[in-house]
Each structure stands twice: as structure tokens, then as C-alpha cells.
Design a protein around this ligand. Structure first.
Ligand SMILES: NC(=O)c1ccc[n+]([C@@H]2O[C@H](COP(=O)([O-])OP(=O)(O)OC[C@H]3O[C@@H](n4cnc5c(N)ncnc54)[C@H](O)[C@@H]3O)[C@@H](O)[C@H]2O)c1
Length: 269
């Protein structure tokens, strides 16, 4: 398995669910990965992968702090001599945070600003510091984790949705400005992907999951591997003619008019 042989990757939010699954998938394809996270558990996660023979380095830092972001880019260059892929994936999505994210009346200014800093300013900073280093070796691929939440209005998640809409714009801006340097920039927009621990009863255990599945074209629950597979593709040269795109990994939630429930009713009639 060598679809990413020789490539040097930075992944943020690498201790989390999607981040760790994506790092493992990229490392299994031969990538050397610098794993960054605010949580020191990123060191244990990296040890786990190193124990399986993968070439990874871990780094604790805050993606909203410019010196931390500059530091992880410098670390990648110092450790591996180059940078080919940056996956801006860290995000504020813990239950404790996202449960407070209601609407413009209910959310405070500070809550909105912190969400924007971690979810979107991080993409600005990561791209800003990665582009010059990628350009030194002829280009690279920037991948940003967006969300279906930016695809339309909702009754809640005003801060999260606003931050992911900014991620989509930054993705296109970077792709436009630096394509001539061989730098690609794409966003991945997952639907709701529950952690594997949610297990057999996940449709009941994970709050909005039943609603999401009922709104999908596909009758399936999204898995971390679905996102990891897309990350490997965007990191690899297989996607060398794809840039400036938001790619939905969502079972079809965002791709249709509100007709599916009607179809289901007809199916059971
Ligand atoms: N899981 C889903 O259903 C889903 C759906 C759409 C989009 N996403 C996006 O995917 C990304 C990963 O989410 P996840 O589900 O793996 O969540 P997660 O909570 O498991 O992982 C997020 C990681 O980001 C880290 N992090 C948070 N703030 C940080 C900061 N300031 N600096 C550095 N690291 C920080 C956390 O410590 C955590 O390890 C997020 O951007 C999220 O918005 C997730």
C-alpha cells in the first residue's frame, strides 16, 4: 500500500475520531505524518501508530494560535524536510460545546468568536504557513474538514455553520490564489459520522442520527472510514486535477430536494 509513499502530512485534530482514523489510513499508504492536537492524548495516539510500524510524530498545540501553527509547519520541515499535505481538521465539536450552539439570539459574541477561531481562523493560519513550504517542493494538497452544516440554514448551530461556511470560502480562495504554484485546496464536508463506540444501538444513542439517515439518499450510517478514504484520495496524486471543491461525504443528505420522506411513505404504502 503506497499511494502516499514519500509524502509528508500534517493533520490537526489528530487525537480525535475522524483525525485519528484519517491519519492511520494515510500512514498505512506510506505517508509520514505530524499529528497535532490541543489534547496531550495525541502522544498516546502517535505511540499506538508507531507501535504498528508507522512513521508519525506528535505535537501539542492550539490551531487558533499563529505561533503554534507556524511551529508545527516548522516541525514537519525540520523532521521530514518538506510538506506535501496539510489536513486542517481540528474543530470544536464536543457535546459540551456544540450543545450550547443555538441561534443568533441565544449564542454569545464570545462563543461565536471562539468557534470561528478554532474552526475557521485555523484554516486561514494553516494555509498561510503551509503554502510557502509546499511551494518549495513544487506544490501540495490542503484538505479542510467542513460540514454539511454549511450547506443550508438550521434551527441551531449558528456558530458552527458560520465557521464551516468560512472554511468553504477559504478553501476556494487558497485554491484560486496558489493553483499556479501546484497547490490544491479542497474541503470535505461529512454528514453525521458517529464514533464506532456508538455501536449497534447508534440510531437511538446518537441524538440527530435517525433524522439524518431518514434524510439521506443512502440507507446507511456514515463511518469514520468513509471520511478517511476521501482524505487519502485528496492527499494522493490520484486527485491531482481536483481543486477548489467542497466534496460531500454525507450519504446524499445535501444533494436532493425534500422529497425523500414522501418516497419512503410511498414505499411503505
Ligand atoms: N463527526 C462528525 O459527525 C462530523 C461531521 C461533520 C464535520 N465534522 C468535522 O470533523 C472534524 C473532526 O471532528 P471529530 O468528529 O473527529 O471530533 P473530535 O472531537 O473527535 O475531534 C476533534 C479534535 O480536535 C481537537 N481540537 C479542538 N480544539 C482544538 C484546538 N484549538 N487546537 C488543536 N486541536 C483542537 C480536539 O482535541 C479533538 O481531538 C471537525 O472539524 C468537525 O467539525 C465532524
Amino acid at each position: 500500500m503506497d499511494r502516499l509513499a514519500g509524502k509528508v502530512v500534517i493533520t490537526t485534530g489528530a487525537a480525535g475520531g475522524l483525525g485519528f482514523a484519517g491519519v492511520r489510513a494515510m500512514a498505512a499508504e506510506g505517508a509520514r505524518v505530524v499529528m497535532m492536537d490541543l489534547s496531550p492524548t495525541v502522544h498516546d495516539r502517535a505511540e499506538e501508530l508507531a507501535g504498528s510500524g508507522f512513521d508519525v510524530t506528535s505535537h501539542v498545540g492550539d490551531v487558533s494560535v499563529e505561533s503554534d501553527v507556524a511551529g508545527v509547519v516548522a516541525l514537519a520541515k525540520e523532521t521530514y524536510g518538506r510538506l506535501d499535505v496539510l489536513w486542517n481538521n481540528a474543530g470544536l465539536v464536543s457535546g459540551g460545546w456544540i450543545d450550547q450552539d443555538t441561534d443568533v439570539v441565544g449564542v454569545s459574541r464570545d462563543f461565536l468568536v471562539r468557534t470561528l477561531e478554532v474552526n475557521a481562523v485555523s484554516v486561514f493560519l494553516g494555509s498561510k504557513h503551509a503554502v510557502p513550504v509546499m511551494a518549495e517542493s513544487g506544490g501540495g494538497s490542503i484538505i479542510n474538514t467542513s460540514s454539511v452544516q454549511a450547506a443550508g440554514g438550521d434551527l441551531a448551530l449558528v456558530a458552527y455553520g458560520t465557521s464551516k461556511a468560512a472554511v468553504n470560502y477559504l478553501t476556494k480562495s487558497v485554491a484560486t490564489s496558489f493553483g499556479h504554484l501546484g497547490i490544491r485546496s479542497n474541503a470535505l464536508a461529512p454528514g453525521l459520522i458517529p464514533p464506532p463506540a456508538a455501536g449497534a444501538h447508534q440510531l437511538e444513542a446518537v441524538a440527530p442520527l435517525r433524522m439524518m439517515v431518514d434524510s439521506q439518499m443512502l440507507d446507511a450510517v456514515g463511518e469514520q472510514a468513509d471520511v478517511a478514504n476521501a482524505v487519502v484520495f485528496l492527499a494522493s496524486d490520484e486527485s491531482k486535477f481536483i481543486t477548489g471543491q467542497v466534496i460531500y461525504v454525507d450519504g446524499g443528505v445535501t444533494g436532493h430536494l425534500p422529497t425523500l420522506s414522501d418516497r419512503r411513505k410511498r414505499a411503505v404504502a
